[in-house]
Structures are given as C-alpha cells and as structure tokens.
Design a binder for this molecule. Structure first.
Ligand SMILES: [Zn+2]
Length: 180
C-alpha cells in the first residue's frame, strides 16, 4: 500500500556519503493524504531526520516531537496526545539477487533504481501508534473525570423499553415506511 508522498519523500539519490539533515512538518497538508482516517486528527508534529549515508547503506535517525488530536474514549470530547518518538532505521540497497529482501521493523530495503523513500505511511503509523490505547478526559482535583456529563448520560441510559402493546395502525405505518 503506497500512497503519494507529496512533500513527505526522502530524496536520497545523489547524496554524498556522510551526514545530512532533513525536517518535515506533519500538519494539515499531511492529513490530506489520509482523509478517511479515524486514528487521529489535526497533527502538529515536527520530524527531524539525520541521515548517515554509507556505501550501500543509510542510517535514518528520526525524532518526532508534537501532538495529535483524538477523542475521549468515554465522552468523545476532543483531546490531544503526545507524539514523541526516536527511532533509527537501517536502509539497505538490495541488488537484483536479493530476492528475499523484506522490510522488517527497523530495516527497510530500497532497490538500486530507487531515488527516494516515501515516508508518509511510516509517519502515519508512528502517530497512530503514539495514541494510548485508551484516552480519557483528565480528572479534576477531586479525582472525578472531567468528561462531558451530557454525553455520559447519553451512553449510560438504558435502551428505551419496548412498548408491550402497540397500536396496530402504527405497526402498519412502520412496516410501510421500512419498505420505502
Ligand atoms: Zn471524556
């Protein structure tokens, strides 16, 4: 699954051996690549990248710093979570004979023809994985959650009891409505 990376590509062709630095800003433009996502919203994340190029290998040291938006798992209030991550990834160049070269967690492969790496999916995953499994509104000084009480009431209300007897004329109308 590769998405168009836009400004989130790492163009590495032509880089001299040694260290190079890059910076990316993950904001509104980044979100345009993932219009359907519910994993997070409104990211404000800076990514610093130090690249060390060697003969057939690159070391990518990423540093993520920022926040992204989500919703309280209890009341759907908008909240933000931190995106702070440091990760080093090794990029190796596969020759035509390396047919079993497969990406692993901290090892990516590029082919000799590749000139860039699309980082958008990697950035997306890093933000998505930074969201805690459960996010709740903070507690007040009494240890009570500051969730939206109206929303809590809505969730905690038992389902409306079914009316034992219904007017047969309403039932007829309802079934008519369902068929439309
Ligand atoms: Zn809440």
């Amino acid at each position: 699954m590769s998405k168009p990376g836009g400004g989130f590509r790492l163009e590495f062709a032509g880089l001299k051996e040694g260290k190079h630095t890059f910076a990316y800003v993950l904001g509104a433009e980044f979100m345009e690549l993932f219009p359907e996502t519910e994993a997070f919203c409104e990211p404000e994340v800076r990514v610093g990248l130090e690249l060390e190029k060697q003969e057939r290998m690159m070391l990518l040291s990423f540093r993520f710093d920022g926040t992204a938006g989500t919703y309280c798992d209890r009341c759907l209030n908008p909240l933000r979570f931190k995106v702070e991550q440091e990760e080093t990834i090794i990029v190796k160049t596969a020759s035509a004979s390396d047919t079993d070269a497969q990406d692993e967690e901290n090892l990516w492969w590029v082919s000799e023809k590749d000139t860039f790496i699309d980082l958008a999916s990697y950035f997306y995953e890093t933000i998505a994985l930074s969201r805690p499994l459960q996010v709740f509104c903070p507690e007040d000084e009494n240890g009570k959650p500051t969730c939206d009480p109206a929303m809590l009431d809505l969730y905690e209300q038992p389902a409306a009891p079914q009316e034992a007897e219904t007017d047969p004329r309403w039932d007829a109308l309802k079934s008519l409505k369902n068929r439309i």
